[in-house]
Write a protein of this length. Structure first.
Length: 129
């Protein structure tokens, strides 16, 4: 069955389909929303992020210093490939390796031991929200 459509030629990855066309295709949006709102599965209701008590998170071996250093060196190489000034690469390398802050994956590290950031406005500057 032919369905009248308005096609707008655009450089976009998205398109909009109206309810009338969806209904013609057999898709009832209101019914799907209703099912989504009333669907309750005992296993999926509640906190979606809670872990089962008998299933602790899998512990992975922390990356070695050499692995972290190699990953950061790759980042430095990518920075150079994307226009970072080669004459400043030694200073960049000094800065990125000055502190032990790099991780290859998130872990349950203790909070950073750093003094609180103190912000002062320059004379004549107006604070804004």
């Amino acid at each position: 069955e032919a369905v009248p459509c308005l096609v707008v030629d655009m450089d976009d990855d998205e398109f909009i389909i109206g309810r009338d066309l969806l209904a013609t295709l057999g898709i009832d949006v209101d019914r799907q929303l209703e099912q989504l709102a009333t669907h309750r599965d005992e296993e999926t209701s509640g906190d979606p992020f809670s872990l089962e008590a008998d299933e602790p998170p899998a512990e992975r071996q922390a990356a070695t210093d050499d692995e972290v250093r190699a990953a950061v060196e790759l980042l430095i190489e990518r920075a150079l490939q994307h226009g970072f000034p080669p004459d400043k690469v030694d200073k960049l390398r000094f800065i990125v390796f000055a502190y032990v802050v790099w991780r290859l994956e998130l872990r349950d590290d203790p909070p950073a031991r750093v003094p609180p950031l103190e912000v002062r406005l320059k004379e004549g500057a107006q604070p804004s929200k």
